[in-house]
Design a protein. Structure first.
Length: 251
């Protein structure tokens, strides 16, 4: 699962995109910045990733999800460093302050929302297949993610908003599990209607995007319940990608 992170093919793709965007002359400067940013963190990703794999083999699922979240956090740091270096070198292409509080909030929100999406579908996959021990471990990580989202909202919008988000996301997590377990119609309605209505009070501009993302997640769960393995990975990625629009309308 983690062995492919930042392998040669990925670096070639980065090089090709950079060449098209920035031209041949600026690549050496960008390359030095990328080397400095990535060098100190590849080992961290590999270490956390390897631990997660070992935990999975040992069926130590609570620990596996802790290590998985650590690997995700380290990879996000790499992205932050590369983005900051890119903005510094090419201010004409990326105007603005990459180190501003607004940019930091936007990036943190997007990271946590996409993490939620993947943790949610890992949890529902275990729930749909009645793998109770794995489900409990995934649900614990999902709960920690909800707490982190609540803290982010509390820091930016006040303690009341933080508490509301943590509770709202906790209810969403319960409904996701209930729908994955039995196809519960009430849980589905909560996900597509009740959650959106309550979230509207926090971020009115994001309600349409939240609804689309909820429907995308339900599609993943339907794939899981129906054992439609040919499309589940693509639908899972689409559900996570849909969180970007949610973050755009909140931040």
């Amino acid at each position: 699962m983690f062995e492919g992170i930042l392998q040669p093919i990925h670096l070639l793709l980065i090089f090709g995109i950079a060449l098209l965007m920035f031209g041949r002359q600026k690549l050496p400067q960008l390359g030095r910045g990328l080397g400095e940013a990535i060098g100190g963190f590849r080992e961290g990703i590999a270490s956390a990733g390897n631990k997660a794999i070992e935990d999975a083999a040992a069926q130590s699922f609570p620990k596996m999800y802790v290590d998985l979240r650590t690997a995700y956090a380290v990879s996000s740091v790499i992205g932050d460093l590369v983005a900051a270096r890119t903005v510094q070198l090419f201010p004409d292409k990326f105007p603005g302050d990459a180190a501003s509080k607004a940019a930091d909030i936007r990036v943190s929100l997007n990271s946590l929302l996409q993490e939620h999406s993947y943790l949610a579908t890992m949890t529902t996959d275990a729930a749909a297949a009645a793998r109770a021990t794995e489900q409990n471990g995934a649900a614990g990580a999902l709960s920690s993610n909800a707490d982190a989202l609540g803290k982010l909202f509390a820091d930016t919008m006040g303690a009341g908003a933080g508490t509301q988000v943590a509770q709202l996301w906790g209810a969403r997590n319960s409904d996701l599990i209930a729908y994955a377990t039995s196809g519960d119609a009430t849980a589905r309605q909560n996900l597509t209607e009740t959650f959106i209505t309550k979230f509207y009070g926090l971020a009115p501009n994001a309600s349409d995007s939240v609804r689309e993302q909820a429907l995308a997640t339900i599609k993943v769960i339907d794939d899981q319940r129906g054992k439609n393995f040919k499309v589940v990975a693509g639908d899972d990625r689409a559900a996570a990608a849909a969180m970007q629009a949610v973050a755009d309308h909140i931040a």
